[in-house]
Ligand binder design. Sequence first.
Ligand code: CP
Ligand code: NVA
Length: 300
Amino acid sequence: MKKDLLSIKDLRREEVFSLFEDARELKTNLDAHRQDLKGKVLAMIFEKPSLRTRVTFETGIYQLGGIGIYLAPQDIQLGKREAVEDVARNLSRWVDGIMIRTFGQEIVEKMAREATVPVINALTDLYHPCQILADLFTLWERGHDLGNFVLAYVGDGNNIAHSLIWGAARTGLHLKIATPEGYEPRREILEEARAQGAKVELFHNPQEAVKGADAVYTDVWASMGQEAEREKRLKIFRPFQVNMDLFSRAKPEAYFMHCLPAHRGEEVTDEVIDHPRSIVLDQAENRLHIQKAIMRRLMG
Ligand code: CP
Ligand code: NVA
């Protein structure tokens, strides 16, 4: 049976930590794994822009001996030129895996149902599993015990927040989420993840959320697809900016984290994102290593 990665919820706790072990091995011994996916092809469907996701998947499959095919929004016009199901059936005849970045989670689920090859979610409006696996790997490789780690996420209850919630369920991470009222993560995700052990607290006061945290994480206030709400959101989210005043309320050794791209001067100030305790570039680098581990697991 082929396996997909549509959400961190799909992974068992042991699978998450075993991906971390694999990612560390792939990161340390690059040359030992040049043939691991020799001759394999990954179709990469993008319905939204990307820097990190495209470059890390394409570099990753190449380093493992395979090749990625980048499909831009105008190429296949998913659901318009051709139905999602038909794209899935066609691609399954040619390639060994499908990576997809799109809007609705249901599109990725439809793709996975119809495809006979593994499907990897590379961001939807609901989830961004590859990002959060890279982020948690970044903390784990630094020797942190995730079961004893407090991460404060400040900002929008979006795809990053939702994947962090499942990350908390699987790793024991203690998550404190501060959002403006009306921008909380989805209640049904919270309830389901909490029922599976996720330790998540919600706040409307960012100062309270970051107090004593081991890391402070933020993301853009208007995600891809929400451009029309941008002006309204800029006003509502202003008190949630991660600046030196807010960051200094976390532990003195706390990290700053961001999935990137960052809007400097909006959700984070230059001083914080460029701070010696900012680990945003390690997070970005680790997208490469964790996704190689994921591809090897699913397509190997
Ligand atoms: N973090 C992330 O997914 O970056 P891109 O949107 O540039 O791929
Ligand atoms: N929440 C952001 C994440 C980008 C990696 C977005 O969806 O645009």
